[in-house]
Design a protein around this ligand. Structure first.
Ligand SMILES: [Zn+2]
Length: 231
């Protein structure tokens, strides 16, 4: 186990780089290769303290906007190209990280974020849908008033003057970063097949649907109507 006490932009990049290769291997159904690729970061554990503005530490994703539905969160992350609007770094949705942990249990996750049990990527990469402060024209929960932000960056932001906030950049995902969504169905399937379930039965199906993805169900025999009958 490697205890991680601080996270910076380099850590965000390192975790994103490794998980991108892991995701590609799983999407190609090369589970053994994925396990090897994950090896260098698999045993990292977050042992730091998340600085908060005078309040208790909180669980990423539970925080900023309790009035924001999961559907709206998914839309915000997609619109922002899975990039943090504070640091510009890549983000990976929490549901995808949970799927990584289910497929590869060494990649630590605990449903209640137990101290010492969590991989630092849950702080470094998982985004929240955070309220922007500029305007509330469309109401607190509206898409245009929300922005994608790393959990850790969100705490940094809360310490900053509101006027110091960077302008939200509507990234078009020009670099093709997709928050590892392209690997998400295969990760879920890998977890179902030979992993350890951490989330409820409905958790991944719901997030797959919100992101417009199809689950990779078990391979089924061709339906009878696919057999062409001789006329
Ligand atoms: Zn960030």
């Amino acid at each position: 186990m490697t205890e991680v006490l601080t996270l910076d932009a380099a850590a965000v990049d390192r975790y994103a780089d490794v998980l991108a290769t892991v995701g590609a291997a799983v999407a190609g159904f090369d589970f053994a290769a994925a396990e090897t690729l994950l090896e260098p970061i698999a045993d990292d554990r977050w042992m730091g303290h998340v600085p908060t503005a005078g309040s208790e530490p909180r669980e990423p994703g539970a925080a900023s906007a309790r009035d924001v539905s999961d559907r709206l969160r998914a839309a915000v992350f997609r619109r922002d190209g899975f990039r943090c609007s504070y640091c510009g770094g890549r983000a990976v949705p929490r549901c995808v990280l949970v799927a990584v942990s289910e497929a590869f249990p060494r990649f630590g996750y605990h449903p209640h974020y137990r101290r010492g049990a969590m991989h630092p990527a849950f702080w470094a990469l998982a985004p929240e849908a955070d309220h922007t402060v500029a305007h509330s024209r469309g109401g607190a929960g509206a898409l245009e008033n929300l922005t994608t932000m790393h959990a850790l960056c969100n705490t940094a932001k809360s310490d900053a003057l509101l006027t110091d906030l960077p302008v939200v950049d509507r990234l078009e995902a020009a670099d093709g970063w997709d928050g590892l969504l392209s690997a998400y169905p295969a990760l879920v399937e890998a977890g179902n097949t030979h992993g350890v379930r951490q989330a409820s039965l409905r958790y991944h199906p719901q997030w797959l649907r919100l992101f417009g993805l199809q689950p990779l169900g078990p391979v089924v025999a061709p339906a009878s109507d696919s057999v062409t009958a001789d006329e």
